[in-house]
Design a protein around this ligand. Structure first.
Ligand code: FES
Ligand code: FES
Length: 162
């Protein structure tokens, strides 16, 4: 077994898992964080996207042991009990998801993008979402939601700075 200790959504968590366990499997089965989805299991669909040390990763391709000592943010870490994260809210407002299966991955890719680039162009948003496959909605409404979220997050930041 491999002992893994990492910070997930701000909380230190530990588990002992077989060495071949992926980060996705550990999140879902050891910690009951089932927001990240198992789609293709080979790095093609992005449904398993989480943020590790600030970067979006396909958690189906990362071994749990590789996440030892690192900081992981999952979709469960975004909302507070009272408020959706601005990205979740604009995805809801823009009706950007239908079945929702791709949603956690798309939203985490969007979050990583907006953390690194608060004012992305449409091309940059497309590029950031290129690894997230959606079989229902298409990308126009997702791009609109990311643009709106960027605006909300920028204005919240400038209010905080004032
Ligand atoms: S489940 Fe990880 S990329 Fe598809
Ligand atoms: S909303 Fe169904 S896969 Fe994207």
């Amino acid at each position: 077994m491999t002992d893994v200790t990492l910070k997930i959504n701000g909380e230190t968590r530990s588990a002992a898992v077989p060495p071949e366990t992926t980060l996705l499997k550990m999140l879902r089965e050891s910690f009951s964080l089932t927001g990240a989805k198992l789609g293709c299991d080979v790095g093609d669909c992005g449904a398993c996207t989480v943020i590790v040390d600030g970067l979006p990763v396909n958690s189906c391709l990362m071994l749990a042991g590789q996440a030892d000592g690192r900081e992981v943010l999952t979709i469960e870490g975004l909302a507070t009990p009272d408020h959706l994260h601005p990205i979740q809210k604009t995805f809801e407002d823009c009706a950007s998801l239908q079945c929702g299966f791709c949603g956690p991955g798309v939203i985490m890719s969007s979050k990583a993008l907006l953390d690194a680039n608060p004012n992305p162009s449409v091309a940059e948003i497309r590029d950031a979402l290129a690894g997230n496959l959606c079989r229902c909605t298409g990308y126009t409404k997702m791009i609109e939601a990311v643009q709106q979220a960027a605006q909300v997050m920028r204005s919240a930041k400038s209010k905080r700075a004032a």
